[in-house]
Structure formats: structure tokens, C-alpha cells
Design a protein around this ligand. Sequence first.
Ligand SMILES: [Zn+2]
Ligand SMILES: [Zn+2]
Length: 344
Amino acid sequence: MKAMVLNEICSLRENKRPLKMVDLPIPVPGENEILVKVSACGVCHTELDEIEGRTPPPEFPVVLGHQVVGKVEKVGGKVRKHKIGDRVGIAWIFSACRKCSFCLEGNENLCEDFKATGRDANGGYAEYTTVPEDFAHKIPSSFSAVEAAPLLCAGAIGYRSLRLTGIRDGKTLGLTGFGASAHLVIQMARHQFPNSGVFVFARSEGERQFAKELGAVWAGDTEEKSPERLNCIIDTTPAWKPVVEALKNLKSGGRLVINAIRKEDRDKDYLLRLDYPKHLWLEKEIKSVANVASKDVSEFLDLASEIPIKPEVQKFTLQDANKALVELKERKVRGAKVIMFEMT
Ligand SMILES: [Zn+2]
Ligand SMILES: [Zn+2]
């Protein structure tokens, strides 16, 4: 099968073609696993973190990609939940122990044995991949493969982030950064919390305009003051400046949820501007969101189908995966980038 593999950590600024096209044997599913013929795979900012070593894969070569939609091609001997021909999705959570206290309470994302698709196991930048059956999700029929792929990471983690803000209807929500995740969060927020105003902070005029099209009541630059202080804010940027700037816009007792697997060090000195009375005092909270649990993925897919959420996508071929990654690095983003394997 054709696969784009990462052989080593490198800087995307120096190496614009970090992934190499290779031919690999089609993987064989274990007894609790399914073999999936990949139809589409979303391109995520986390791939940049893997390539550049902020969340390095433990072994090389590795096939990246954790927003995988495809059809079940083969099933292991003990598989009960899926059958050949079913359409499934695979998200960032590849497996967890299913026995520890985190797993038992539905937070497998915090399990010490958490394994990530496309980092700890081969992912979807390939024609085929395998996954334990418990971590494959049914895709609602209302979505095409290319529409469903970006929902599996950006959408599912956005769903978890929104849940972790503790928002209730009528409370205000801020979003810093308006990329793949935030443009989905605004749609679910407007559906689940119709009386909550959404305020967006984004660097580019294009992103701000896009936010307004999707129903933001206000959109401004990262360091701007929002017209009112906000109950909660979700940060989806790789930088530190938006964190500091967001804190000043929080109400007393407000919560900032950071939805980023790693932050880049480039503007880390911005944290020195942190002013305790202005940014943290009066019981403001900061919480990170880590990965996704299985139920975040399945609950979000159902919600997305009900709303319905149709992500805006930009399609690439497998050969062009490097191009998609470089564009993401250079923040040429409007909606979500998806690698297509077939025209569905
Ligand atoms: Zn992702
Ligand atoms: Zn566990």
C-alpha cells in the first residue's frame, strides 16, 4: 500500500518535505482489531508537533494522521462491534488500558497507557490502517468521508474543550484563534447554548470575517479588549500571547481552557507580561484539555449530525500531504485540510 511516512524529527521551516512516499505491506489486524481501507484523513496541527518533536513518535518510520475515515476491510477473530463494509472513523485516541480509574470513569484520554493514532501506532496517511475495535467509531450516514474526517479531531476535541469550560446557556464564550477546531466549536456552541454570545480573537482579518459569517457577535485581534468580559474562553492557538491576552478578558471566576497539545516556545517570553491582579486574580482558572476520550468522539459525531455541522474543507491528495502540512505551518488556513483517497 502507498503510505507517507515520517523517518525523523525535523524543522518544517528547513525541510518542506518531511514525509516520504513509500510502499508498505498492508497491515494485518490483531484479533481485537479491524483493518480499515482509508477514504479520507484530516490534517491536524498535531502532525506539526510530531514532525518538529514537540510530541515525538516513539518509533520511526511512522505513518501520521489521526482523523481517519474508511471502510472495514477485514476483522480480527474476536471483533464483535464492526463488520466488513462498515464505515468507521478513527480519532487521536488509538487505545487505552480500559482498567484504570481514568478509563473506568470515561476519561481514557488521561490513562497512563494512552496511545495515540499516528504517533504511537500508524495512522491514516496511508491506504490502509488498523485499530482496536473499541476505538473505531460509526460515522453518521449524513456525512461524506471528507466531511467527517475533520470532525474526528478538531471537532471531538473542540467538543471536549467546550464541555470543560463548564459553560451554561446564556454565559459568554470567547475563542482565541479561529482554525479547524474553533470554526466547529462556534457551530456547536450556537446550537447547544443559543443564548450565549460568542466572541472571537484572531490575528487575520480573514479569520475574523469567517467567524462573523458563522455567527460570532464580535471578532477582534488577539490583543483587543472584548466589548464585555467573558465567562469562558477556549484557546486553540500554538502561541502564548493569546493566553495572556485572553486572561484579561475573563470575568471574575471565569475559566480559560487551553486546547493545544503543545505550545511553541517562540513567544514564551510573553508570559512575563502576566500581571497577577489583571490576569489571574478574582478566581480565574486555567485548564488544559488533553486528547479525547472515546465518548467525546462518538457523542460529538451524533451532535454534529444533528446540528448539522458541515466543516469547510480543502482537499489534498496523499502525494500532497507535505504541501498541506507546510500550509498549516504557515497558517494558510480556512477550515480544515483533508487528504482524499477516493472521491466520496
Ligand atoms: Zn488532531
Ligand atoms: Zn487506563
